[in-house]
Design a binder for this molecule. Sequence first.
Ligand code: SF4
Length: 222
Amino acid sequence: MNETLKTHGHRTSKQRLQRVNELLDDVGIHNKKQILKSYPHQLTPGILQRIMIAAAISCDPLLLIADEPTTSLDLSDQIQIMDMLSQLVDDRNMSLILISHDFNLLSEKTDQLTLMYCGQVIESGPTKELINSPKHPYTEALLASVPSRWDVEHKQPVPTLKGSTPSLFHLPVGCYLGPRCPNASAKCVKPPPLTRSTIHHVRCHFPIDSDEKIIRPSVTAS
Ligand code: SF4
């Protein structure tokens, strides 16, 4: 944090120390004297994550990119870190790009969702709409693989798509999901474009309609 602030114009060490203390306050760290004297290995994962976030906001960014910010934290730290990030976003009028595999977290903390497969955007739109009526088969499969409490209690197997994500060096011809997609047909050997509606975009030749039926060209035409 000290080095970042030095590079970005906080000239004296006194100025920098004051700013570091303010930033630690912002991320909810109170025993600052002790923390500032500690090595990273002496601190808990939750405190380390708070310090990383303090460093990331030290130059007052308009946009913060948080890549899996709660991975490897216990549940209580996860909740605290996400509540703190939400508070920082509100207080600083800052935008947040949250990168995560956790649908529960994304549904609670985001307004817009963009899903990617093999480095391509496959679906994007308002979080609520996308989760309630996914249009891409991969989004639908991801949502189906989130176990419910009932599934856990009854030890139900998690539904998954066949196969696994291909190597980026050996991508399938046409749609990248083709070999794994339950809805694939001959047209899918051509790369699907990202079709854009006003708010909900999808990359699929046969997007799922809201009644969870596949829209084939013949159906659309009739
Ligand atoms: S384009 Fe075809 S293979 Fe790709 S997701 Fe859509 S239906 Fe499946």
